[in-house]
Each structure stands twice: as C-alpha cells, then as structure tokens.
Design a protein around this ligand. Structure first.
Ligand SMILES: [Zn+2]
Length: 292
C-alpha cells in the first residue's frame, strides 16, 4: 500500500494521480515527436485532449488498482475536510479493546472535567463518505455490563474446572500413588530375590533373568509416573485452572482506586480479547464480549 505519511503533499498528489501507476500507458499524448522529450511548445508538438488519449492497460504492472485510484482521488478532493485522528494519546481503560459492533473499528473515548469517561460516536467513514451510525455511550453503562460478564465468565470457568479438569486431576493423582506403590513393591522384590540368590536358591542365569524382569517393570512404572506428572502439571497450569486464576486476579486488582487508566487498560487486556458495542434502535446497548 501507499504510505501517505512519509511523503510531501505535492509528491503524494503527483504520484497518486500519475495514471501510469494504474498500469496504463498513455500513448499519443502529444502529436509529433513527443516521445523524444521535446519541449511541449516546440514545433510539431501539439497538445491533445485527455479524452483522446489512447490508454493501453496492462503494458506494465499496476502499483494500484482502478478502485484504489478512485479512492485516492476522492480523498484528495475532500482533503480539507479530513481530520487527523487520535491527536491525543490518552489511553483509556478500554482503548484498543472496545470495537464498534457495526463496522468493527476501535472506538475512541473522551472525558470532560470530572465526568465519567464517554465512548465517542464511531469515527469511521466508509470510502463512499458514509459515516458509521453507531452512537456515543457512557462508560458507566459499558463498565457495568463488562463487570457482569466477568462474573458470569468466572462462574462458567469454575463449573468447567469442577466438572472436567478437577475429576481428571484427582484420578491422575490417585494413579500416581498406585504407580509409586508399584515401584516400591518391585524394589522390595528385587531385594528379596537378591537374598534368595545369596542363599543359593537360584543359579546365576535364573537370578539374572529375574533381575532383568523386575528392573524392566520398574523402568516401565517410572516412565508412567513421569507421563502422569506431566499431565497433572498441564491440567493444573493450562486451561481452566489458570484461566480462573487470571480472572480472579483481575477482579481483585481492578477495584484498586490507585490504578491509572493505562494500568486498567493493561489489566483488561489480560482477560479480554475485545468488546463489541452497538447502540440498538430502541436506545439500549448491545455488547459482545470476547474473553481470552
Ligand atoms: Zn462503526
């Protein structure tokens, strides 16, 4: 894409409006030996009307499409009306989290004096100049809905832990106890067989075979212990258990009155993927809250 910010206005205009960037080469711009770089007013060179130019599409690769060209023309035409966005860098609690539920763009915020933060009406204007109709709303309303959603999410995650993960973890921990008992039993057997061998009960070959078999069993049990411990660790750290910890930590910290908006924003980002907001026709608000 073309990066407008880096160029001077004139360069941008000249480059963007240059029709050769569309992959069209204009032939017959001047009559006579125009292609030999003669001055336009030189003898034998006559300027002709743009509409009479023959355009040959596709003779070289286009750097922009016809659509982009039209879009750029439109923007240049109403450049005076264009307002630079995000002049203030203030970060609000839901900056880069709260999105417009109609057009999907992140929404802006403002705060007048000691009043609550307000979500500004959607700033987005489509390429045809149509402004997104999503309305402004007080953060008080958004906050209430988000806090309620957090509570519901905590309940959901807790439910998941008790019904799935906790049962599995308990089962694995019992299995681990059994496996350890198994190892102890085999080691005792090994000691017993050693004494039997010393008492000349077995031949060397018989004893070797018994030891080999017992040691093989112990190795197998130890491998299973490692695998079980890994699964327990995974279940405890990942998934719902960890998710619940993050949510509870969020709930504990977010009420701290000393948090700046920026710190609140960081905190919200630990649990929220995004929040989509839209004003309903009845004047209510509709939120779609996506948790991480
Ligand atoms: Zn919008």
């Amino acid at each position: 894409m073309l990066r407008l910010g880096l160029w001077s206005d004139k360069t941008v205009r000249d480059t963007l409006l240059d029709r050769t960037h569309l992959g069209k080469i204009v032939i017959g711009k001047t009559k006579g030996n125009g292609h030999k770089k003669r001055p336009k007013d030189a003898d034998g060179v006559v300027m002709i009307d743009q509409k009479d130019w023959k355009e040959y599409q596709g003779l070289h690769e286009a750097v922009k499409t016809q659509e982009e060209h039209d879009f750029i023309l439109m923007h240049l035409a109403r450049k005076t009306k264009m307002v630079k966005r995000s002049t203030s860098k203030t970060i609000y609690p839901l900056t880069k989290i709260l999105k417009c539920g109609l057009c999907g763009h992140f929404l802006g915020f403002q705060q007048r004096q000691e009043r609550p933060v307000e979500v500004r009406k959607c700033w987005y204007t489509d390429p045809y100049g149509v402004r997104c109709p999503n309305m402004a709303v007080s953060m008080v309303q958004i906050n209430a809905a988000v806090q309620q959603a957090v509570e519901e999410q905590i309940r959901d995650v807790e439910l998941k832990i008790t019904s799935v993960d906790a049962n599995r973890i308990e089962h694995l921990k019992n299995k681990l106890i059994e496996l350890n008992r198994g190892v102890t039993a085999k080691e005792r057997a090994l000691e017993k067989e050693q004494k039997a061998f010393q008492a000349d009960i077995y031949t060397v070959d018989e004893y070797k075979a018994i030891v080999l078999k017992l040691k093989g069993s112990i190795t197998a049990l130890n491998n299973e212990i490692v695998a079980t411990k890994t699964e327990i660790k995974f279940l405890e750290e990942s998934s719902s258990a960890e998710k619940l910890n993050v949510l509870l930590e969020f709930k504990r910290l977010i009420v701290n009155p000393d948090l700046t908006y920026e710190m609140q924003n960081e905190l919200y980002k630990t649990i929220l993927e995004c929040v989509e907001y839209k004003r309903t026709e009845a004047g209510g608000i509709e939120l779609n809250i996506l948790f991480k």
